[in-house]
Design a protein around this ligand. Structure first.
Ligand code: SF4
Length: 238
């Protein structure tokens, strides 16, 4: 799997290769089980049921790093943050920030969504039970993330880490992609946390766009807007 990730010569190649990954037995079982049983509201749909590739432009200045696809969102539609409430919140914010051409992301095919300056990817590419991948699964999946970042490295300026899991998953990328030792101790995650190094992307922390955060008001649209305004500035877009 590591070799397959490293061999990917461009994002299309990487997206195709990751979609055919079976490296984590527990996650393979889960993604396929969810796709077979389905939620009642989607019973007439064919679920993707595979790893979910990144989405966005190849010359992205802003990377958005999530945790993992949702069982009935990305795992159903085949596109990250697509077809669930988390995606509704995220893409509405990206549209307000001038980073997406429309505020909704409902289906991978034919919904017309395009991103500007931005690529979205996850630390773990398969939907995990209870949205909780194990550390071993995170580490097994890391080569896909590292290769994706390597492919957009020429333009990537800032990474928005959605939640503490993504924040923690980012640091090994510095060593693997940039040859730079990660900071020690690791910077603490928080909403609005900012880290910058030399010749590597800056990192912004943002509470995850999960329903748990957005329904309770822990993360508001205004808070998301502040993060993406900052990301645009750090990326040199404004
Ligand atoms: S989580 Fe990552 S490494 Fe594991 S099976 Fe899915 S794509 Fe492969």
């Amino acid at each position: 799997m590591v070799a397959r990730a490293a061999r990917a010569t461009d994002l299309a190649d990487l997206d195709g290769a990751v979609s055919d990954c079976f490296a984590c037995p527990r996650l393979v079982d889960w993604r396929e089980e969810v796709a077979r049983v389905r939620r009642a509201a989607f019973r007439d749909q064919k679920y993707w049921g595979r790893p979910v590739p990144g989405f966005g432009v190849p010359d992205a200045r802003i990377g958005i790093l999530g945790l993992a696809p949702a069982a009935h969102g990305g795992n159903r539609t085949g596109r990250i943050f697509t077809g669930d409430r988390s995606g509704d919140v995220l893409f509405a914010a990206l549209h307000r920030a001038g980073l997406a051409n429309q505020p909704t992301s409902v289906a991978a095919a034919d919904d017309g969504l395009a991103l500007w300056h931005t690529r979205i990817f996850a630390a773990v590419r398969c939907a995990p039970p209870d949205n909780k991948p194990t550390p071993a699964e995170r580490d097994t999946c890391a080569p896909w993330l590292h290769r994706e970042v390597a492919l957009i490295r020429p333009t990537l300026r800032v990474v928005v880490a959605l939640g503490a899991f993504a924040w923690a998953a980012w640091w090994p990328t510095l060593q693997q992609v940039y040859g730079v030792r990660p900071p020690s101790p690791r910077p603490s995650f928080g909403h609005g946390a900012h880290w910058s190094g030399t010749a590597v992307p800056q990192v912004l922390g943002c509470y995850h766009v999960s329903q748990q955060n957005t329904f309770t008001g822990r993360l508001t649209p205004a808070m998301l807007d502040d993060v993406f305004v900052r990301a645009r500035e750090l990326a040199g877009l404004d």
